[in-house]
Ligand binder design. Structure first.
Ligand SMILES: [Zn+2]
Length: 450
């Protein structure tokens, strides 16, 4: 166990580095990630960590840093992305690229939560281990990838996994979960995202018969038909399902709520009982146990004086790992009925849904860390509702990839209000805590035999 002074030193170093990274405007588009990767490279090289910039586009470099392993142990990747979402400075209490620390101990700026905080703590951990002369058995690799937030340029991890099979590690830690919730029962849970939902665009087209608008009863206007279909879709919950990876969370919450384990038809009631334990749980559980569609775009006639034969609505579909496009269509058909003519198709295919095993040495290392440093808090697996770069590692290399960055000091509400929003900030004590976590995890995994 490190002393208090040592932990404070780790915190200050991580805060300095995170603040330097936040000051670089890497809003995507356009990204400008090479500037972020270069600061990290200088920091790591000064501590003896071998680094390289790997770029498909000059201004959008990825960083790969490595402590090479000595022998036959499992390898671990510490993953992060260097881009951030844009920030409109109006409405922020401190400018979004200030990187300042306020009097209450909060580090401010775009990326303070997503995810320059995480990259800084992972880099400091690797630097500390290198400086101390630690030689792991398997490789410890820091990967800081470009273009995660937009993700369509194919210059970040999607490209890197094809170019560089040497980044295929046994385990990986990435963003995706930093929930620590104190429940109405008094118990506290922290989450590790072991998987992610898939996302795609589903298009629903109501079919009718075009006609002139002089009399609404002519033809068969597709617009009111579409309105009926939209109404039948209701809140957009297609099918609910418990996965082996989400069962432990539900069981834990039901035990806390004094409710019974649920199956089949009882699942909505079970989710309601579990969700009553914390205000954040309703949406978290809602998304974690269901395939959903949220309608966002729609269109009808191109002309004011023509009632259309076709009217359409498109929705963002988020599906549980294992759900196929055929499953989604079958669920939609059940909701929409068969008395109206309509068509369903995927305008963008479902992509990104994947899940890693829960019963692994990495989960056990995370669990033991929380038990040691945050006594009374139970670590549970969750699914991340939006996808992260982790799925590229799972798909390319079969890596066991988790989203985990432990927090103890930043309240959940502060953490999530800032994410892609205004006034993004994180308590500096969490940077010290997370740096300690990464050092201990690298030491634990790096000392294991394969
Ligand atoms: Zn992110």
């Amino acid at each position: 166990m490190p002393t208090e002074a040592e932990t404070a030193e780790l915190r200050d170093e991580a805060v300095r580095l995170a603040s330097d990274l936040i000051k670089i405007d890497s809003a995507n588009p356009p990204g400008n990630e090479t500037a972020v990767a270069s600061v990290l490279m200088r920091y790591l090289q000064a501590r003896g960590v071998g680094c390289e910039l790997v770029a498909r586009e000059r201004d959008r470099a990825n960083l790969i840093a490595r402590l090479p392993g000595s022998g036959n142990g499992p390898s671990l990747a510490l993953l992060g992305h260097s881009d951030v979402v844009p920030a409109d400075a109006r409405g922020w209490q401190h400018p979004p690229f200030s990187g300042l620390v306020d009097g209450d101990g909060y580090l401010w700026g775009r990326g303070a939560v997503d995810m320059k905080n995480e990259i800084a703590t992972r880099a400091v951990a690797l630097g500390v281990l290198a400086s101390a002369g630690f030689t792991p058995r398997g490789d410890l690799v820091l990967i800081v990838a470009a273009d995660e937030e937009v993700g369509t340029a194919d210059v970040g991890l999607s490209w890197l996994v094809r170019q560089r099979p040497d980044i295929g590690t046994d385990f990986a830690l990435n963003e995706g979960s930093a929930e620590r919730l104190t429940l109405a029962s008094g118990a506290t849970i922290a989450t590790v995202a072991v998987g992610e939902k898939a996302a795609g665009c589903v298009r629903m087209t109501a079919v009718g018969e075009a006609a002139a608008t002089i009399w609404p009863g002519l033809g068969a206007n597709a617009v009111p038909r579409l309105a009926t279909l939209i109404d039948r879709l209701g809140p957009g919950i297609l099918a609910r399902r418990v996965l082996p990876s989400t069962r432990p969370l539900l069981d834990r919450l039901l035990a806390e709520a004094g409710a019974f384990a649920a199956a089949g038809e009882a699942l909505p009631a079970a989710l309601a009982a579990a969700g009553s334990l914390h205000p954040a749980l309703e949406s978290l559980l809602g998304s974690m146990f269901a395939d959903t569609v949220a309608l966002t775009r729609l269109g009808g006639s191109g002309s004011l004086n023509v009632m259309p034969a076709r009217a359409w609505a498109e929705g963002d579909c988020r599906a549980l790992p294992g759900t196929t496009e055929e499953d989604v269509v079958a669920s939609l058909t059940r909701l929409l009925g068969d008395d109206l003519p309509y068509e369903l198709e995927f305008a963008q295919p479902l992509a990104g849904g994947s899940v890693s095993a829960v019963d692994t040495p990495l989960f056990e290392v995370c669990r033991r860390f929380v038990a040691r440093h945050d006594p009374g808090t139970t670590l549970v697996p969750t699914l991340c509702p939006s996808f992260t770069d982790s799925h590229y590692l799972r798909e390319a290399f079969g890596t066991v990839a988790y989203g985990f960055w432990p927090v103890r000091s930043t309240p959940y509400e502060v953490m999530y209000a800032g994410l892609h929003g205004q006034d993004e900030r994180v308590h500096v004590d969490d940077l010290g805590y997370a740096t300690l976590f990464h050092i201990e995890t690298c030491l634990a995994i790096g000392s294991m035999d394969r």
